[in-house]
Design a binder for this molecule. Structure first.
Ligand code: ZN
Length: 261
């Protein structure tokens, strides 16, 4: 099982080495901004690396919204980051499920997701697997609860779309972790990546604050059980930098019996 961490984007391979990680995830630009990614000087090294590379799309991306001034640039930004991710040989581009505004029919959000994949297909395709991630909060989210996720997959499932399961988001979002992998796979048919995070907040709180794996409000044994059941690559998005994430990776290796590359 490949295990890695979300790291600073300046030198991801050095960050991976310092954590003994098999995989890294990073942003290609300011996660709160609308900039398309710049070509990276380390693109050749990243493509050739033993370490698996994942890219996380900016948080501002919300392709579901009915707000044209967010949705249209979000589509373009997502495609731009997919192109940037493909250029460095990324295994996937992770993007949050997004939401519609209060009072808007969620069905429109799901159809906006479908249009996003259609838009990409009309523009040469994403060029990299796009993995939609479950989110923790909001009452109008496309991928917080499994009932919404099922409707989202009805809309986009005909495209080559993957799924990233975040354990903190599921717990804080109000989905029990016990047997969650089976329930997710019944909807999506796949889990492409696990974001392995404990949660500082209570079940169903709707808050998104990650904690180290042995801390937080989720039983660490339950976390390990979910990750083992998913049988997918793992990225920790936990605090504490090299030490905190390095400990979390070691914790998973110890409990999952994983090996380094
Ligand atoms: Zn995540």
């Amino acid at each position: 099982m490949r295990i890695g961490a979300h790291v600073d984007s300046a030198d991801p391979l050095a960050e991976a080495a310092s954590r003994a990680a098999d995989a890294v995830q990073f942003f290609l630009s300011d996660p709160q901004g609308w900039e398309a990614p710049e070509p990276r000087e380390d693109a050749d090294r990243l493509r050739a690396a033993e370490v698996d590379v994942y890219v996380h799309a900016p948080y501002v991306v919300n392709v579901a919204t009915t707000n044209n001034r967010i949705r249209i640039p979000s589509r373009k930004l997502l495609l731009g980051h997919a192109t940037g991710a493909a250029a460095i040989g990324a295994k996937g581009l992770i993007v949050h499920g997004g939401h519609v505004n209060a009072g808007t029919d969620l069905a429109i959000g799901f159809d906006n997701w479908r249009k996003t994949f259609a838009y990409a297909a009309d523009n040469g395709g994403f060029g990299v697997p796009v993995l939609i991630e479950n989110t923790a909060g909001g009452d109008n989210a496309c991928a917080r609860r499994l009932d919404a996720l099922a409707r989202l997959w009805d809309a986009v499932g005909a495209y080559d779309v993957g799924f990233c399961l975040d354990t903190c988001h599921a717990h804080a979002g109000g989905e029990e972790l016990l047997d969650l992998v089976d329930r997710v796979k019944a909807v999506t048919g796949r889990i492409d990546l696990i974001h392995a995070n404990n949660s500082k907040d209570a079940f169903g709180s709707g808050r998104d604050r990650h904690d180290n794996l042995a801390g937080g409000t989720i039983d660490p044994e339950l976390l390990v059980a979910v990750i083992r059941a998913a049988d997918a690559p793992v990225i920790v998005e936990t605090p504490g930098g090299v030490d905190g994430q390095g400990n979390d990776i070691a914790f998973l290796r110890e409990h999952l019996g994983g090996t380094t590359a």
